[in-house]
Design a protein around this ligand. Structure first.
Ligand SMILES: C[S@@+](CC[C@H](N)C(=O)[O-])C[C@H]1O[C@@H](n2cnc3c(N)ncnc32)[C@H](O)[C@@H]1O
Length: 695
């Protein structure tokens, strides 16, 4: 008797993911957006005028509008702006049955019209079939890195930090990283391929550090490193000086976007309605203060630090700033940044507030506080005395409330360091530092200059990260790369690194020389999670004289150093052809491309190359310039792009993206039908099997 075939495939028994009726997560629609304590607390705190209070609360109960920021080089950003302002987005917003289409507008206070808000929530965009093209647009452009979907108010802190390309920037509480990404954009805004400044992005939560890595990666910057520390006790960082000694890094700019109760995000996170209690703010005040204080210690005199929270509570906001100014007032002052935010509606910082206990007993001063609350309510949480208000100028802080312009709630304070902290700075230097200082100069001795046997092994075991292994002058693989790509002698190959000590090098990453120095000087004390942009990828292709191809990620940084021989100018039509056919098995044949390209590649030896596309854009001097990693095969030419980048590039060039612009609603419908058909088929097969068996 033959073996019985069941005919039932595994897939039949396992419901497809989208068909599963999962009740693991409570839908946000089931959350009751009420909390008596919350309503009473903020009414008592007078966070807005009495006549606005109902509007304030009502606004907190509605979903947030979707917003995004355009990023990228000037030419690319201008082209994206044309798309956002043009017919494409107009069509995306059109609802077939309705005559009314939601509005989309640029935020007046964000420079160059780069930030946009829609009269649609993220949920609307995700759930409504009419917006599937808009949704696809937002996803592919976000993944490619040309837009960042970021909440309106969250764009303010990096903006008022006033970043320039030479700034050393520290982002103290950086994960998941939307502000880090914005800081990187601002660092690269002038178009330098490798800015001299950098961003050190820190978070205490190891897992969240990887979200940060993902965010930073989208920006393809060689000037960022992700580290993992409690920023309240972040060790000093050191940098080399030209004479070989080292000195402590003083940051030009610091972002201190501290952990907070998050009640300003109620519109996005409605579950906070059920969890909210005044105790959260009381518990967070201490760590918020310590993080800000450590930030000020690490800041250069003349530098700027931005303190921000997504909390409405003065105990987490003005109270922290007041405490800092009371202690360090000779060294820091609040900065008025009104001029940097034209058209933004906000309330001035509060100069007086009450401190409320867990059960809503409100106190004007610590002397009145009931004994039982004195461990949670601290004397430093109270506002300045009546006669001292003008000394602190807390009204320079910025409070954004949700009803003012349909956003989340937010608090921002900008501080400038005007003098060193003296005693405090000295007392907080970690022990390792003094241990190794040169007595005469008070500078730390550069360990790299010491003989190997005198270097102290500082790395603690247990870091999960792969090592950061920088090339030395004699790096073997470099000779081939250098000669194949005719890399200019000004390129510093010691800024290239791999993540393995032994074995074949797979990916080669690039950092700026300042970031390289930071890693080398500090990897004993600082837990580096990630750094470097991918510059070269191993591809052992017999046809190529060099084992590494150029990666798109780091191409902008290495482009100026690559010799002309491996660069191919490509016209629009050919680039569109390559993008539409970027399956490596079916790359376009060279003889199907334009004559210009055929002539250009005739003498180009097989292997990796850079494809260059330029286009004049009306209204700006800077053209759109695209540099893409390409491959000259024996008879074909291809372009390396991920699917999201392919869609982005085709969109920029006006190519046909229909094959990628999938209507997921239709697809699900089809899959459901297919699934039903599959079941019928499987049942038929099973019946046949029965028949076969019976005979
Ligand atoms: C408000 S979120 C930061 C949001 C982030 N700046 C952004 O724009 O995406 C606060 C972050 O602080 C981190 N955090 C909490 N305590 C910290 C500490 N002591 N040191 C460093 N990070 C801390 C949390 O893990 C969280 O990721």
């Amino acid at each position: 008797m033959g073996k019985r075939k069941t005919g039932f495939r595994k897939s039949m028994h396992k419901p497809k993911k989208h068909l599963q009726n999962s009740d693991e997560r409570k839908p946000y629609t089931d959350i009751i957006k009420e909390n008596e304590k919350f309503i009473q607390y903020y009414k008592t705190q007078k966070v807005c005028k009495d006549e606005e209070y109902d509007e304030f609360i009502t606004s907190l109960k509605t979903d947030l509008p979707a917003t995004f920021r355009i990023t990228g080089s000037k030419g690319e950003a201008k082209k994206m702006l044309e798309i956002v302002q043009g017919q494409f987005i107009k069509d995306c917003l059109k609802q077939e049955e309705s005559e009314q289409k939601p509005n989309i507008f640029s935020l007046p206070w964000y420079p160059d019209k780069l930030a946009w808000q829609m009269e649609l929530t993220r949920k609307d965009i995700r759930r409504c079939e009419a917006y599937y093209k808009l949704h696809n647009f937002l996803i592919s452009e976000t993944e490619h890195g040309t837009i960042s979907r970021q909440e309106t108010v969250s764009m303010i802190p990096p903006l008022v930090l006033d970043v320039q390309s030479h700034h050393k920037i520290l982002d103290m509480c950086a994960a998941p990283g939307s502000k880090t990404a914005q800081l990187l954009e601002l660092l690269h805004a002038q178009g330098d391929p490798i800015p001299t400044g950098y961003v050190i992005a820190n978070d205490v939560d190891n897992k969240r550090c990887y979200m940060l890595v993902h965010q930073a990666k989208r920006l393809n910057s060689p000037c960022v490193a992700v580290i993992n520390h409690d920023s309240a006790v972040l060790p000093n960082l050191y940098e080399s000086l030209p004479d070989g000694s080292t000195q402590q890094v003083s940051f030009d700019r610091i972002l201190c976007d501290v952990p907070c109760s998050g009640d300003g995000t109620l519109r996005k996170n409605p579950d906070i309605w059920m969890k909210w209690t005044p105790a959260n703010a009381l518990n967070l005040h201490g760590i918020q203060y310590r993080i800000l204080k450590r930030g000020i210690e690490l800041l250069k005199v003349g530098g700027r630090i931005v303190y921000s929270t997504c909390s409405i509570n003065p105990v987490e906001n003005e109270s922290v700033i007041h405490r800092i100014l009371s202690e360090l007032g000779d060294s820091v002052e609040l900065v008025d940044v009104k001029e940097m935010l034209p058209g933004l509606k906000y309330s001035k910082g509060m100069e007086t507030w009450l401190v409320g206990s867990r059960n809503l007993e409100f106190y004007k001063s610590f002397d009145d506080v009931d004994e039982k609350w004195r461990t949670t309510i601290r004397p430093q949480m109270f506002p300045p005395a009546e006669g001292e208000k003008s000394k602190f100028k807390l009204d320079k802080c910025i409070r954004i409330l949700p009803h003012q312009q349909n956003t989340g709630a937010f608090f921002v304070a900008v501080l400038r360091k005007i003098a060193p902290l003296n005693k405090i700075e000295k007392s907080l230097k970690p022990e390792e530092v003094t241990e190794e200082t040169d007595n005469n100069t008070n500078k730390r001795i550069n360990e790299d200059n010491l003989p190997q046997n005198q270097r102290k092994k500082r790395r603690k075991d247990g870091y999960r990260e792969d090592p950061f292994v920088f090339f030395n002058q004699e790096e073997k693989v470099w000779d081939d790369i250098k000669s194949f790509y005719q890399v200019d002698s000004s390129f510093d190959s010691t800024c290239l690194l791999t993540r393995c000590h032994v074995g074949k090098k797979k990916n080669i990453y690039l950092t700026s020389s300042a970031v390289r120095d930071l890693v080398l000087q500090n990897q004993g004390n600082i837990k580096f999670i990630n750094t470097g942009v991918k510059a070269f990828v191993r591809c052992d292709n017999k046809n190529m004289k060099c084992a590494f191809r150029i990666a798109n990620d780091g191409l902008e940084s290495i482009y100026p150093f690559i010799g002309e021989d491996r660069k191919v100018i490509i016209p629009k039509e050919d680039l569109i052809t390559l993008l539409l056919n970027n399956d490596p098995m079916h790359s376009p044949q060279i003889n199907t491309l334009s004559e210009g390209v055929q002539n250009r590649v005739a003498n180009l030896s097989p292997g990796s190359c850079v494809l260059i596309y330029t286009e004049k854009i009306e209204g700006i001097d800077e053209p759109l310039i695209l540099h893409l990693s390409g491959w000259r095969g024996t008879t074909s030419l291809r372009c390396y792009t991920t699917q999201h980048s392919t869609v982005h590039l085709l969109r920029l060039l006006g190519g046909d993206i229909s094959k990628y612009d999938i209507n997921k609603f239709k697809k699900i419908e089809e899959e459901n039908t297919e699934h039903k058909e599959e079941i019928v088929m499987d049942e038929k097969e099973a019946e046949n099997d029965e028949i076969i068996d019976m005979h």
